[in-house]
Design a protein around this ligand. Structure first.
Ligand code: SF4
Ligand code: SF4
Length: 468
C-alpha cells in the first residue's frame, strides 16, 4: 500500500537549530548510532516504510537523519521533522535489528530535542498542548467525551459519522470523534460482558488461598474510557488467586509525555506514581495498558538529578511491573477453571507489549486456557494498528491508513471477537472496523477472561462464587 506521505509541517527551527540540529542536553548518542551497519533488515518491520516505501520514513533513514544532526551536517528542517514525527514509536524495528541498535533510546533523545528546538505552527502547538493537558487526567478525558456521549445517546452520532459531510471535515477533527464513538465496542461481545462497576474497589481479597499481593495501575485512558475493564481486571486477578490493592487517586505514569518528547513532565508524573505504588509486601505491580507497562518497566534507566531515594523506588517499580496477562499466566487457570466461550478470537499484539516488552506468549496462553475459544493469528500481526500513544490524534491520516490495513487483516480471518491488550489499540481497531462497516467487538483480555469466569457452571465443590 504506497500512499502519499503527509506534507512537511510549516514550522521552523528555532534560530540556533537552523544550522546545528541538537544542543548539548541529551542529544542522540553517537555510540548508539554507530551500532547501525545500514543492513536494512529493519525496513520490512516498519509500518511507515510499509505505507510509503520511502527510505527517510524507515528506521535506517531516521537514524541517518539523527546522524546528520549529530555531526552538524544538517539542521532541523521541516522535512527532517516530518520524517521524525511520522515515526510511530512502535519499536518493531528494535527486535528486527540484528545489530541491537537502541532505536527506542535514540528516538527519545531526538524527540525531546525536536520539541525544544523546532517551532511548530501555532495551531499544531496548541493542539499538542491541549492533548497533553487532557489525556493524563481521566476526569478531563471524561469531560472532553461528554458531548460525544450525548450525541451517541441521542442516536445522532452514527448518522453524523456516516454522512458525506463528515468526510469533508479535517482529519484532526474527525479522529477524536471516531475514536470516542468506538468506545462502546466491548458491549457488542456475543452474550454481553459481565456486569461491572465503573471502577475497581480499593481492595479485593483473593478468591481462594492468596498466592500473590498485587497493586493494580488503573491508567488514564483505561479508567476514563474503559472503567469497567479496569474493574474486571481486579476481579479476574482475585479469581486467579491474587490479593488486589488499587491505590486511590493514582496519577498518570507519564508515558504519553515521554513518548511525545517531554521527559521532564513525564519524570515528575512517574516519580509521583512510583511513590504511590511503593507499599511494602507488594509482589507485582499490574498494568493493563501496554504503553504504561513498557514505560514502568523501563523506568529504572539512569537519569540525571534524581534523588537516591527516588532512584531506588524506580528500580523497585521497574522490577515488579508486569502486564496483566503475565500475572494471569504465572498464576495459571483459576480454582474452578474457566467456562467455555465457543468463539473465534483474533489476538492483536500491541506494539508496546510485543516489541517493547517482548510479551507475546502470555496473552495467548491466557486465552488458550479458555475452553472452546479458537485463537487465530492476524495476517501482518506485527504491523502497528496506528494507535501509538498520541499518534492517531496528532497524525490522523497515516494512523487511519494503518487502522484500515489492520481492519482488512481482521476481516480476512473473520473472528467473532478481537482481543487487544491495550486500550489505545482497542479504540483504534474498533474505529477502523466501524469505518469498514464491520460490527466485530474489540475487547481486552480482562473482558474476555471475566466472561469465561462468568460462564462457569454455578455448582461444583471447587467452583468459587461467580462474578457479580
Ligand atoms: S537499525 Fe539495525 S536493522 Fe536497521 S539498518 Fe541499522 S543495523 Fe540494520
Ligand atoms: S519505531 Fe516503528 S515507525 Fe518508527 S522507525 Fe521503528 S518500526 Fe518504523
Amino acid at each position: 500500500m504506497n500512499v502519499a506521505p503527509p506534507p512537511s509541517p510549516r514550522g521552523r527551527p528555532v534560530a540556533a537549530a537552523r544550522r546545528v540540529a541538537f544542543d548539548a542536553t541529551d542529544p542522540p548518542d553517537p555510540r548508539l548510532l554507530d551500532a547501525c551497519v545500514h543492513c536494512g533488515f529493519c525496513l520490512p518491520a516498519c509500518p511507515t516504510y510499509a505505507l510509503w516505501g520511502e527510505e527517510m520514513d524507515s528506521p535506517r533513514g531516521r537514524l541517518w537523519l539523527m546522524r546528520m544532526g549529530v555531526e552538524g551536517a544538517a539542521g532541523l528542517s521541516p522535512e527532517a521533522v516530518r520524517h521524525l514525527d511520522s515515526c510511530l514509536g512502535c519499536f518493531a524495528c528494535v527486535p528486527a535489528c540484528p545489530s541491537g541498535v537502541a532505536y527506542d533510546r535514540l528516538l527519545a533523545q531526538t524527540r525531546q530535542q525536536v520539541e525544544r528546538r523546532f517551532r511548530r505552527p501555532l495551531a499544531e502547538r496548541w493542539r499538542r498542548r491541549l492533548l497533553l493537558a487532557i489525556l493524563p487526567h481521566p476526569r478531563a478525558i471524561a469531560a472532553a467525551m461528554a458531548p460525544l456521549r450525548a450525541a451517541r445517546a441521542t442516536g445522532l452520532l452514527g448518522p453524523a459519522v456516516r454522512s458525506p459531510l463528515w468526510a469533508r471535515l479535517p482529519a484532526a477533527v474527525r479522529a477524536p470523534a471516531e475514536l470516542g464513538a468506538a468506545a462502546d465496542t466491548e458491549r457488542r461481545t456475543p452474550g454481553g460482558t459481565p456486569h461491572s462497576g465503573a471502577r475497581p474497589r480499593p481492595r479485593r481479597p483473593a478468591g481462594g488461598r492468596p498466592r500473590l499481593r498485587v497493586a493494580l495501575v488503573t491508567g488514564c485512558v483505561q479508567r476514563a474510557m474503559f472503567g469497567p475493564t479496569a474493574a474486571r481486571a481486579a476481579r479476574v486477578l482475585a479469581a486467579y488467586g491474587a490479593e488486589v490493592w488499587v491505590p486511590p487517586d493514582q496519577g498518570c505514569c507519564g508515558a504519553l509525555e515521554a513518548h511525545a518528547g517531554h521527559p521532564g513532565a513525564a519524570d515528575r508524573r512517574l516519580r509521583r506514581l512510583a511513590a504511590q505504588l511503593d507499599a511494602p509486601g507488594i509482589d507485582r505491580v499490574v498494568v493493563t495498558a501496554a504503553g504504561c507497562g513498557s514505560h514502568l518497566k523501563g523506568c529504572a534507566a539512569e537519569r540525571q538529578g534524581v534523588p537516591r531515594g527516588d532512584a531506588e523506588r524506580l528500580r523497585r517499580l521497574a522490577g515488579r511491573t508486569r502486564d496483566l496477562t503475565e500475572v494471569l499466566a504465572e498464576l495459571g487457570p483459576p480454582p474452578g477453571g474457566l467456562g467455555p466461550l465457543p468463539w473465534r478470537c483474533a489476538y492483536h499484539d500491541p506494539c508496546h507489549l510485543a516489541h517493547a516488552q517482548g510479551v507475546r506468549e502470555a496473552p495467548r496462553a491466557v486465552l488458550r486456557a479458555i475452553p472452546q475459544l479458537e485463537l487465530v493469528e492476524l495476517p501482518e500481526g506485527d504491523l502497528c494498528c496506528g494507535s501509538a500513544g498520541l499518534y492517531n490524534l496528532t497524525d490522523p491520516e497515516p494512523a487511519r491508513d494503518l487502522g484500515a490495513r489492520k481492519a482488512a487483516n481482521v476481516e480476512r480471518v473473520a473472528p467473532d471477537v478481537v482481543v487487544a491488550a491495550n486500550p489505545g489499540c482497542q479504540l483504534q481497531i474498533a474505529a477502523a472496523l466501524a469505518a469498514r462497516g464491520l460490527a466485530i467487538p474489540v475487547v481486552q483480555p480482562a473482558d474476555l477472561v471475566a466472561r469465561a469466569l462468568a460462564a462457569r457452571p454455578a455448582s461444583g465443590p471447587s467452583a468459587p462464587a461467580p462474578l457479580d
